[in-house]
Write a protein that binds this ligand. Structure first.
Ligand code: PRX
Length: 713
């Protein structure tokens, strides 16, 4: 369905203002060669024979590779003049400079041209069996209306809009509406507390928020608008909050709040005029779509403005910020830009999952995380796919929810997290076997290591032993999948629990503790990337120095991922876990320092140390050691409850400690640094592995900690 070269004259984006249409019609020339059969994007690369050669070229001559792919895969209004201008030693990353495009046009308009009735979104609502489908035409309309709404309320190119919504079509349209008018979005996971939301709004300097009255998940209602109201108490710069209705329950509205529906009513007359003008236009396809709609539209829809001129964006303009945890207390707003991010999300979506036109892609991640951004929204929509928006939980109303959905929606690729697989495995095979899963072709795993038992069950029971399981490694920072079992060859060998092979253009290296590259196989080290790729984050919002310090300073000239990895004899990669103080709870990344910051705010607490421990379902759980101030006399159970409440309130429920151990003191070095390595070993009950304790200030502290831990279990 990709526009072949020569089709450009027929390309019309339905909601473009006429005069901008022509400027979006650049598609490069193509020449035939033998890679075209499996990667049409690379067809411009003459003389490359076979997948292995293409993979090789994507690293050895990455500029040619990415230039060919970018020309083919994206729709540009102005072609780029410079493929890349990167210097990893300075954290400088720029791709496709000179190029101009609009991300929403790439995700919507070009598909509306070829197949307006193709389903873009299937909203798998919390209420089972009540799914709703939205065609590309409908999603474009929704996006344009929202784009106009934001513009009319003063949102300008370069502004940042915070989206605090559950996974739903309006949230996707909000993201795309921002992209359409050139605003950046900042999606905040709807499970985050008011404090966490406020911190992200302030750091992003957002003056506009979009939310819903209430969320619904697992049969429970969450008061999202109320959470926004609380956040607003510490966000004086927010001028407006748009409120959509997910449930019928009214919420208190303040002077700052704008009910989305009412605003649309006010503009009805003006919008009607625009639509009539459009019908009189000269573009064949545009006319047909609008005329057909004229016949079928309801009165309500006629009030809406369906034409929203897309902003012409530079490749390196900001597309979105997304906050994630680091090893220090403050979450960092990673910045992704337009062209490189979209290209990388689209390409990985297509090749890692063997996505084919017409497939239904079911990624069950929340849009509040990078997986939701790249593989619920941008990758699938750029490829014209039908993408599923999953609003519920894996066990609501019962543990068959995912597989019932697979049967009902005829899902072809299912992409989920190991934590959910581990949970479902415990409920037994009958919940899977009840449903027809014959449509499934590929199963994906993301966010944390998948243990062998979960991998085997996913493969054998869910996939009936016939669907490849792709264990995909990547990060918020990488924008898209970097290491995965089958980035190019749908028949390649897969070893359970291994992310396996780097994607096109990805050049992973392992470093030893001295900062030297480990060249041999069958070795472990710090996972770094030796070359830039278009999908990588460009900076940390408002803090480029932190970006450099975190990712480029530890191994100069390389991007440091923060993860450790093992490379097998065959050269396959397996992720061994974080090397910093970041833990992964149910696939949610959280810095231990963030939790400590909250715990230390309790007046009774002198100091604390938080570490992760292995948890059979969540992957990792949170274990907090707490030292009280002298003379404090409280019931430990009461204080534990208080501390748990504080963490839930200030961060999110998932960050709340599973164990709180009160201790007289923490093991420290003579220079006063807490020896977290020792604490980690204690909570893992690996006393043999305590290692060198010679730098300890007071060895008795370790004995006390061990005894306290044994008492707690
Ligand atoms: O430690 C790695 C782990 O998740 C981290 C990235 O978290 P986040 O930015 O929230 O993105 C999650 C979704 C991409 C990584 O540094 N991780 C991610 N995927 C895997 C993984 N660990 C092991 N295996 C994976 N497949």
């Amino acid at each position: 369905m990709w526009l072949p070269c020569g089709c450009t004259s027929k390309y019309v984006a339905s909601s473009f203002a006429r005069r901008t249409l022509a400027s979006y019609l650049h598609v490069s020339g193509r020449s035939r060669c033998n890679v075209a059969a499996f990667m049409p994007e690379a067809a411009g690369l003459e003389g490359v024979s076979g997948r292995a050669a293409l993979r090789e070229l994507s690293v050895s001559n990455s500029e040619s590779f990415w230039a060919a792919v970018a020309r083919h895969r994206l729709c540009w209004s102005t072609p780029f003049h410079t493929v890349q201008d990167c210097d990893l030693s300075r954290g400088k990353i720029k791709w496709f400079e000179g190029g101009k495009l609009n991300v929403s046009v790439n995700c919507l308009d070009r598909h509306v041209h070829t197949c307006p009735e193709r389903v873009a979104l299937i909203w798998e609502r919390d209420e089972r069996g009540s799914e709703m489908k939205y065609t590309y035409g409908e999603l474009l309309e929704m996006t344009c209306r929202l784009g106009n709404l934001l513009r009319r309320h003063g949102v300008k190119r370069g502004d940042c809009v915070t989206i605090y919504m559950p996974t739903c079509p309006l949230a996707v349209a909000s993201m795309l509406a921002c992209a359409r008018i050139g605003a950046a979005h900042n999606v905040v996971f709807a499970g985050f507390s008011a404090d966490a939301l406020a911190e992200r709004i302030r750091d992003a300097q957002s003056s506009t928020v979009i939310t819903v009255n209430q969320g619904v998940r697992g049969g429970k209602v969450t008061e999202l608008k109320k959470t926004v109201d609380t956040a607003m108490q510490s966000c004086p710069t927010v001028k407006q909050v748009f409120v959509a209705m997910r449930t019928d329950n009214p919420v208190t509205m303040t002077a700052r709040d704008i009910a989305m529906e009412e605003v649309r009513e006010q503009k009805a007359n003006q919008i009607l005029e625009i639509q009539i003008q459009a019908v009189e236009g000269e573009f064949g396809i545009f006319e047909q779509i609008t005329k057909r709609r004229k016949i079928t539209v309801t009165h309500e829809m006629l009030k809406e403005d369906v034409v929203c001129e897309p902003a012409v964006m530079n490749s390196e303009d900001v597309l979105f910020l997304l906050y994630t945890s680091g090893s220090t207390g403050k979450p960092k707003g990673l910045v992704h830009t337009q062209a490189g991010y979209l290209l990388y999300a689209a390409l990985t979506h297509r090749y890692v999952f063997s996505y084919h036109d017409g497939d239904v892609f079911g990624c069950v991640a929340d849009i509040g995380w990078i997986t939701g951004h790249s593989y619920v929204v941008y990758g699938p929509l750029a490829n014209g796919a039908t993408t599923v928006l999953f609003e519920s939980t894996p066990i609501y109303p019962d543990p068959g929810r995912y597989w019932d959905m697979v049967e009902r929606l005829k899902i072809n690729q299912f992409y989920g997290a190991p934590t959910a697989i581990r949970l479902l495995l415990k409920y037994g095979d009958q919940w899977v076997n009840k449903y027809d899963r014959s449509t499934l072709k590929t199963l994906g795993s993301v966010g944390e290591p998948i243990n062998t038992e979960a991998w085997e069950w996913y493969h054998r029971v869910v996939g009936d032993g016939r669907c490849p399981v792709v264990d995909t490694w990547w990060q918020t920072e990488t924008g898209g999948i970097c290491i995965a079992p089958r980035p190019s060859d749908p028949d390649a060998e897969i070893v359970p629990g291994m992310a396996m092979r780097p994607f096109f253009g990805i050049n992973p290296v392992l470093m030893d503790t001295e900062g030297e590259v480990l060249t041999s196989n069958n070795t472990s080290g710090a996972l770094c990337m030796a070359q830039p790729w278009p999908g990588m984050a460009r900076t940390i919002h408002n803090n480029h120095q932190r970006f450099i310090d975190t990712y480029f300073q530890p191994y100069p000239g390389y991007f440091f991922t923060g993860d450790g990895a093992y490379r097998s004899e065959e050269g396959y990669y397996q992720i061994t876990g974080r090397l910093d103080d970041v833990i992964n709870v149910s696939g949610h990344r959280i810095g231990t320092a963030e939790i400590e910051d909250v715990v230390n705010q309790c007046p009774a607490v002198a100091e604390s140390a938080v570490v992760g421990y292995t948890h059979s379902i969540k992957g990792q759980g949170v274990y907090a050691f707490v030292v009280l101030k002298k003379g404090i006399d409280v019931q430990e159970a009461d204080l534990s409850r208080q501390l748990n409440g504080m963490v839930s309130e200030k961060i999110a429920k998932y960050a709340s400690p599973d164990f709180i151990q009160f201790a007289k003191r923490l093991p420290k070095t003579r220079s006063g640094k807490i020896m977290r390595r020792v604490l980690r070993k204690v909570v893992e009950s690996d006393l043999e592995g305590l290692g060198d304790l010679s730098t300890l200030d007071d060895p008795a502290a370790v004995q006390e900690i061990i005894q306290g831990h044994e008492k707690l279990l």
